[in-house]
Design a protein. Structure first.
Length: 374
């Protein structure tokens, strides 16, 4: 590392690419097809327990990260997951585990508490069992509810993640009510950001700006009434939803474009700028953090903005929304990301809904990075 140390406040470790659910909105970059821009991402070389633990300790020590998130795939499918959780609790001040809940038994919940896990995040896509299970691609609603109860009983703080798609419109109120009943007082509101195989479901699943406003109005009203903290995880550009109108909901933006990046390390030691990015900055098995930190991609990421965003007062923080989803879907960081593009290109939205995602790439090749002409 040249100059003063560049510390990273948070690291996400992807324990395994394996998952026993089948969400169509899944952003995991290794789920992309071979002909997609991210299709070359390999998950080969997953480290066995001793090597993974040593790699994790090296990464945390060198970056100075004080918060660790353990995710996947489904992290609890990894047989040594609890060993990794235990080390994470020793290395960091706070630890979050993101799991689908299907593998949280009473014994697992107690072990997570013993290891000092700060938060466990579970996904609820609807308060209706059938809809939730269909969107998750697995029979899992009861498992998720049971996991929330087991974790609460063990004294582990639980957070619900709600992913907004076109197919669960109007479900947030029911999910918040279920959170209230379960004793969950924190909800992460994600809107679909397509990378991986999700780029093939943009037409069917991408929410509209109107839907996001409806959800956020519900979140503002019920969150404040019931004392449920609500924050957005995926960026929602202020040009689509005016953030100033919300006092209870906390809005977040892309960390890659900030001075406090949230890096991701996969099970082979590869380092990426976020979990929606398919580009490796380096590898902790072969390199030290000072060399990895010199990779030019994060600076390029900050520089490349859609033309429509240049000069905007929010450009430095918003960064144009989710630029990794723009890269995955359109092949360019400076193309308006899918949520923004579909909101501002009615004819393009019609084309995508008629022909699905391959159409957007055809449109980009035909009409250029600005999108479909009017």
């Amino acid at each position: 590392m040249r100059g003063s140390p560049r510390q990273v406040p948070r690291l996400d470790f992807e324990l395994t690419p394996a998952c026993d659910h089948g969400c169509a909105h899944c952003y995991n970059v290794w789920t992309a097809d071979a002909d997609d821009p991210q299709g070359g991402y390999s998950t080969r070389g997953q480290l066995p327990t001793p090597e993974f633990l040593a790699m994790m300790e090296k990464a945390v020590r060198q970056t100075g990260a004080r918060h660790l998130t353990l995710t996947g795939g489904e992290p609890l499918l990894r047989k040594d997951a609890l060993e990794i959780v235990a080390l994470a609790g020793e290395l960091a001040d706070t630890v979050t585990l993101i799991t689908n809940g299907s593998h949280v038994t009473p014994a697992v919940a107690r072990e997570l508490a013993r290891c000092g896990v700060t938060v466990v995040q579970l996904t609820l896509l609807a308060a209706e069992r059938g809809l939730h299970d269909r969107l998750k691609g697995a029979v899992c609603f009861d498992d998720t509810v049971r996991a929330a109860l087991e974790l609460q009983a063990a004294g582990v703080h639980t957070q619900v993640c709600f992913v907004a798609t076109a197919e669960n419109r109007g479900q947030l109120a029911g999910v918040l009510e279920l959170c209230l009943a379960l004793g969950v007082r924190s909800l992460s509101y994600n809107r679909m950001s397509p990378t991986g195989r999700a780029i093939h479901h943009v037409a069917r699943l991408m929410p509209t700006a109107e839907q996001l406003r409806e959800d956020l109005d519900v979140a503002e009203r019920l969150g404040a009434r019931w004392g449920i903290r609500i924050a957005t995880a995926m960026p929602i550009p202020p040009c689509l939803v005016a953030h100033a109108g919300y006092r209870w909901v906390q809005f977040g933006f892309c960390s890659t474009g900030s001075d406090a990046p949230n890096l991701v390390v996969d099970g082979a030691g590869n380092v990426r700028s976020c979990n929606l990015s398919a580009r490796a900055l380096g590898n902790f098995l072969r390199q030290d953090w000072d060399e990895i930190a010199d990779d030019p991609y994060p600076q390029r990421f900050k520089r490349e903005l859609p033309a429509m965003c240049r000069g905007c007062e929010h450009a430095a923080t918003c960064q144009g929304g989710c630029k990794e989803s723009a890269l995955a879907t359109f092949g360019a960081l400076d193309h308006p990301e899918p949520l923004v593009w579909l909101s501002q290109q009615p004819r393009a939205a019609l084309a995508v809904r008629q022909y699905d995602v391959p159409a957007i790439r055809l449109v980009r090749r035909r009409d250029g990075a600005a999108g479909m002409s009017a």
